[in-house]
Design a binder for this molecule. Structure first.
Ligand code: ADP
Ligand code: ZN
Length: 837
């Protein structure tokens, strides 16, 4: 009888499952029984279907457990996906992430689930009868029921509830649907949609021995011209090929194929094809260099730690000092020990060169993971890693969650980069997660940088990581000389010059010398705002508290936060004046200026606007390497990773763009950027030169970069951080409350701050705010923020977690009282933020 189970036996198994839903109320394990028919298929990490609160949900098995003391326990309904999405060690990592970054476990697990496989149960309405017949046979049906049936008839299959609502023009009443259900005309079911990424299976044709015999003439009587031709083509292609290719190459119909199969000459087969994003590219061997004594020493210590069960290192070396070479040698050692390795690079540094260097040296075993791959490609790389076909992974931030087994080495190159921090929940920092993952697998973590983050610098001073130093460039090539140009000198003339005579002169010489230059400006578009000359009106975003950037190609005004765009009006909407001022120079403007002043030079521009197409950034860089242009102009995308010998000049159009940023890391950012950018010059035999244009040449960050004096920078910056009480002398958590109504956001932020102040024990933390966030309005929502300074090494995760839960309770009653939807009042929690915008 349904509903009644047999007596529990010893063999009964129970599992704890976490539901894949963002709601914090569901952020705890639920226990289910594993029915005998699923016993062999349920494992830790299995994606399963379970009943919860009268519906079905997708969840993940966390562990097996003993029978709990509960009156009734429901069954796991099905296994949704195989193999399991994660193992015990990845689960432990995710548990840590959820605790540290105050997200739910299911949010953290989303990081490790294979690309394109995560799914949510959807409810569909499905007809049980022929809808058209029912419409004819039941003329007495009410109009609303008929509408539902017509919508189902139009779709020709089941519809999800939102789809049905949309088909009905937004109106879907529950009563008629319920009646249709009771009358047995439709049924509501829960279904799990197909995954977004799957294996590709292709049909292949293979010639048999009999087929070869037939061609050789033994059975030629049966061989029509078409069949002979097909067999010949197949044999020419090695005897086995994709069926579709065979038909195309031989121009034969499927009946010819069928005939050959029936005669036993051809065998059809199904084969799995791995999508390889690099199938089209070849990777020439990259020579191994004999390490110099400093590299040798760094490698020796890394290898010793590998053998010793782990360790954390900070590898400091200017660009071109041979860090990557050390990584490659260390990876070879790890592989030799039967371990695996991963290398994280900032997304923008995943240049063709970088991939070529790793693939060229380490060969087929290197998987590449980054966000520009298609979902299917990512899924195949993931599976290849899981199945052990790849033993080295190179990729951006998220590659950290690649399912490598026996992990021995994690490298984070350019560890100071802010792109290692994830911007949406869970807002983890790859550096810290890598530390944890290394610890869990007994692996070595190597953080590499020419300009370490203040955090890592501080960790090194405190013994949380060991320093490794590469003091000079390989082959003793000198660092490029850096010159400052004080742009205030050009201010007097009213309209500010964009390119100083010194930079222009150096650029002009490129034409004769055949050398190349990189120009850097961290701002895309033509102008950062458009201002009316009559009344001073500035065009602002409708939904964000920022000005709109002017893009000359269009032309259009664009919000760089929400992408709202509009055609620039001819007249000012406030005063009717027709003349506008273009203020704040962007890359497009520099490009135009160059074309005007130095028309003989060819310039390639690389920024978010020119690289939206897949592979566009590869193509631009390759064109520049080939020498198609003398100048590469771009945003931070070109600041690092490029190693092009004929680049002898680097120009920084405006060093102050990052300095003016309203953030405590502005000095650090500026120092790092200038040092990194200048590392692009003089990588070959020719000496390099760097020209930096600035309006504040005295700033210590700029001065330290100018003199290549890291010690003076770190000591001044640390002093500032200590006095102002900022990381690394405390940790931060930024809490942003947002709402379409300013009053709601402010009110909620005040309630939250009052509650948190009562929870944070004296001396362990300080709550600052609430105050309007620097970006006070974004995508139509007002934003208020609180900043929590965490002073105690033990952290405040527990207090914060409790505070967030209390806030959720407060929020539901507030939303009920005000009659607003819960999503109209939201809280974003950012632990260890890289910016407080
Ligand atoms: P980084 O990663 O610090 O920028 P790289 O490892 O890319 O430095 O090295 C810079 C250049 O020097 C590369 O072209 C590399 O091939 C070369 N190189 C590195 N180590 C050696 C070595 N020991 N001997 C000769 N050339 C080397
Ligand atoms: Zn906007």
């Amino acid at each position: 009888m349904p509903g009644i189970r047999e007596e529990p036996s010893d063999a009964e198994r129970f599992v704890d499952v976490v539901i894949d839903a963002p709601a914090r109320q569901l952020d705890r394990p639920f226990t289910y029984r594993v029915p005998p028919e699923l016993a062999t298929r349920v494992e830790t990490g299995s994606m399963v279907l379970v009943p919860l609160q009268k519906r079905l949900q997708v969840g993940y098995v966390l562990c097996f457990r003993t029978r709990p003391e509960l009156p009734s326990i429901k069954d796991v309904q099905a296994v949704v996906d195989e193999p399991p999405a994660f193992d015990d060690s990845m689960l432990e990592l995710c548990t840590w992430i959820a605790e540290r970054y105050l997200c739910t476990l299911s949010q953290a697990l989303r990081l490790v689930i294979p690309p394109g496989r995560a799914r949510k149960v959807v409810e569909v309405v499905e007809p049980l009868v022929d809808v058209r017949e029912a419409l004819d046979a039941l003329p007495e049906l009410s109009g609303r029921k008929k509408e539902i049936l017509r919508a189902l008839s139009r779709s020709g299959g089941p519809l999800t509830i939102p789809e049905l609502r949309e088909a009905l023009g937004g109106r879907l009443a529950s009563a008629p649907l319920k009646e249709l259900e009771e009358e047995g005309i439709v049924v509501r079911r829960y279904v799990v949609p197909k995954p977004k990424a799957s294996r590709i299976r292709i049909r292949v044709a293979e010639i048999t021995a009999a087929g070869k015999g037939a061609l050789a003439g033994e059975e030629s009587a049966h061989l029509t011209h078409a069949r002979r031709h097909l067999l010949q083509v197949l044999l020419e292609h090695g005897g086995r090929m994709r069926l579709a290719d065979l038909q195309r190459a031989s121009r034969t119909s499927s009946s010819v194929v069928r005939g050959c199969v029936e005669s036993g000459w051809v065998r059809l087969d199904v084969e799995e094809r791995l999508r390889d994003p690099f199938a089209e590219r070849s990777f020439p061997d990259v020579p191994r260099h004999t390490l110099d004594p400093h590299q040798e020493e760094a490698l020796r210590r890394i290898v010793a730690a590998l053998e010793d069960g782990g360790g954390v290192f900070l590898l400091q070396g200017v660009t071109g000092s041979g860090k990557t070479e050390v990584y490659l040698h260390a990876i070879e050692h790890a592989l030799g020990m039967g371990r695996t390795a991963m290398v994280l690079v900032p997304e923008i540094a995943l240049t063709p060169q970088m991939v070529q260097r790793f693939k060229g040296r380490l060969g087929e075993e290197v998987a590449v993971l980054h966000s520009r791959l298609g979902l299917g490609e990512r899924y195949d790389q993931w599976r290849g890693i899981k199945e052990g076909r790849y033993r080295v992974v190179i990729g951006a931030r998220s590659a950290l969650f690649a399912p490598l087994r026996h992990l021995g080495l994690i490298v984070i190159d350019e560890e100071h980069e802010t792109t290692y921090k994830e911007g949406s929940p869970p807002r983890y920092h790859a550096r810290e997660v890598a530390r944890k993952r290394a610890e869990l697998s007994g692996a070595v973590l190597v953080l590499g940088s020419a300009t370490p983050s203040l955090e890592s610098h501080h960790d090194m001073r405190n013994g949380r990581c060991a320093p490794l130093v590469l003091p000079s460039r390989v082959d003793g090539r000198p660092l490029p000389g850096m010159e400052l140009v004080d742009m205030r000198e050009f201010n007097a003339q009213g309209e500010r010059a964009i390119l100083s005579p010194r930079l222009l002169n150096s650029l002009a010489q490129l034409h004769r010398s055949g050398e190349q230059a990189i120009l850097f400006l961290n701002r895309r578009g033509f102008a950062s705002f458009l201002q009316c000359r009559g009344c001073g009106h500035i065009f602002r975003c409708r939904d964000c508290s920022v000005s709109l950037c002017y893009h000359a190609r269009g032309p259009y005004l664009l919000c760089h936060h929400c992408n709202w765009a509009l055609r620039p009006p001819f007249v000012c909407p406030q005063c009717g004046n027709r003349v506008h001022r273009y203020a704040g120079v962007g890359t497009e403007r520099v490009e135009e200026e160059l074309r005007k002043l130095l028309p003989v030079l060819k310039c390639l521009r690389m920024d978010a606007d020119t690289t939206s197409r897949k592979n566009a950034h590869w193509d631009i860089l390759e064109a520049f390497r080939r020498g198609d242009a003398q100048v590469l102009l771009g945003t931070q995308m070109i600041a690092k990773g490029l190693d092009i010998p004929s680049v002898t000049l680097v120009g920084v159009i405006n060093a102050d763009t990052s300095l003016a940023f309203p953030d405590f890391r502005a000095g650090e950012r500026t120092y790092q950027l200038l040092t990194q950018v200048s590392g692009r010059a003089g990588r070959g035999d020719l000496p390099g030169k760097v020209i930096v244009q600035t309006y504040c040449p005295e700033h210590y960050a700029i001065q330290a970069a100018l003199r290549s004096d890291p010690e003076s920078f770190y000591s001044q910056e640390l002093q500032f951080r200590r006095e102002a009480m900022y990381p690394p002398f405390c940790r931060l958590a930024n809490l942003v409350v947002s709402s379409p109504l300013e009053e709601h956001a402010r009110c909620a932020a005040e309630a939250l701050s009052e509650d948190l102040r009562s929870r944070v024990p004296h001396g362990r933390g300080v709550v600052l705010g609430p105050a309007p966030a620097p970006l006070s309005r974004l995508k139509g929502r007002y934003r208020y923020h609180l900043t929590l300074k965490i002073l105690h090494p033990r952290g405040l995760e527990e207090e914060l977690r409790a505070g967030i839960r209390a806030f959720e309770g407060w929020r539901s009653s507030f939303c009920r009282r005000e009659g607003i939807a819960p999503e109209d009042l939201s809280l974003a929690v950012d632990v260890d933020p890289v910016t407080l915008l």
